[in-house]
Design a protein around this ligand. Sequence first.
Ligand code: PEP
Ligand code: MG
Length: 557
Amino acid sequence: MVTPRTLTGTPVVPGVAHGPAVLVRAEVSPEAIAAFDTTELDETGALEAFDTAAAAVADGYEHRAATSSGAAAQVLTATAGLARDRGLRSAVRRQLRAGDDLLDALHAAVEHFAEMLTGMGGLMAERVTDLRDIERRVLARLVGEPEPGAPEPDEPSILLAEDLSPADTAGLDPARVLGLATRRGGPTSHTAIIARQLGIPCVVGVAGADEVEAGTDVLLDGASGELSIAPDPDRARTLAAEDAERRRALESWTGPGATADGRGVELLANVADASSAGSAASGPVEGVGLFRTELCFLNRSDEPAVEEQTDIYAAVLEPWSEGQHVVVRTLDAGSDKPLAFAGHDSEENPALGVRGLRLSFDNPGLLERQLDAVAAAAERTGTDTWVMAPMVATVAEAEAFGDAVHSRGLRAGVMIEVPAAALLAPRLLEHVDFLSIGTNDLTQYTMAADRMATDLAHLTDPWQPAVLTLVAATARAGQEAGKPVGVCGEAAADPVLACVLVGLGVTSLSMSDSAVRAVGAQLASVDHAACERAAQAALGTVDPTEARRVALAELRA
Ligand code: PEP
Ligand code: MG
């Protein structure tokens, strides 16, 4: 008999899920490894065994890529490519020749690759998680065990894990995985972003999540962050059924964004390229609030010429019509998104280094050429194009950027990602036409907590009252200047937090395509006054858990 209890963590994807717990096995069993006999294998035999196992693992990733889409499919396809990488195979062969047995050779080759990727930093360093996932899977196949990682449950279940690799999360089937809780991970981790795309209710940073016994009945609430172990079965069934009904209702929400009493809130999409812009344009959004231009160039070694940049930007501007606008963000290279042609090598603290607008300090031509290309694309397509700079910290930066954009006949804005910018928002607005709050970085810099750190999930949470206080100050500056202030960080995709942001006075919310209906439907269910009450209540709390609780209570009152 399991003792009923409730664990809590950081909620990232709202929704209620009820079902048996399935535990994700992270490692291959030591007994199987110890029993594996390599004495019979010569170098050729060992390499053949590696080839067979690596190919089967790559096939597995590709199979899951074929049954998923968007970011999930991209992660899986890239990981399949890594499993088939000839460099990895050569490293295994080298180790075998040096006298290692097969399992030691595999481990040493993976370590060698991991070191190389870590040295490259940023997104490449994040691939190390994928590489280690490949190692576990190849190892399991070699010793004759099923591949570890997220299983495909036979019946609809709730997955509980210490952490999930991006590839694990990307391959989840929402029909069988009703909910997801991990002990590690933060609100901007891969797990959170992909779970949001798949629409699977998800809570991260739940202490004890991976210690629940497999098969135990659990209830997960992705809005409150609660994981109830052995809940009252009738109550759990009712809550899950009500939530399923609420989610069905979302499908019929078609926009435009407004509160129940008709206060308009512009809902916009975050896009990365022409394909994501195309699919967003067919949905219920009024434009693009964040086009992350750096994502178009992650694999480029040289800066693309103005003409090529113009074509790329024009393809993103093209799908939008009269009355809609697109906010293009200038290159936010550096830190977690390194670009070969715009980087600063070996910084001690890349997140506090030369990233975003700062790249133009000693390379002004890079920004000038990008602005020329954006202006040419706007001219060609006739789309209402706004341009904003990331990582602005001073009034002088806002003034120089505003002048450069205005001289090309476009609307200029800056992102509020650094507390200094939030504090000086009224003065920034003397030089630009709009502000856009990047809550991912604003949270990181306000709380002095690395947004990628899985152990700091409670700090890298945009519900932190200090972050909400800076959002409130920025929104107030916009209201006083009569200029729009939006939010384009992940916070805008959380339906409850979206209401709080509106209550704080932001005028638009920009988010991944898949989050728009949930946010739109939630806003449509509450009056503006309730959003304001929820915002005031959240501002007065001492931590994110309390902030969420009081805001929800005001919205449901
Ligand atoms: C942010 O920091 O909130 C943001 C939208 O920018 P990015 O996530 O691309 O750093
Ligand atoms: Mg940012």
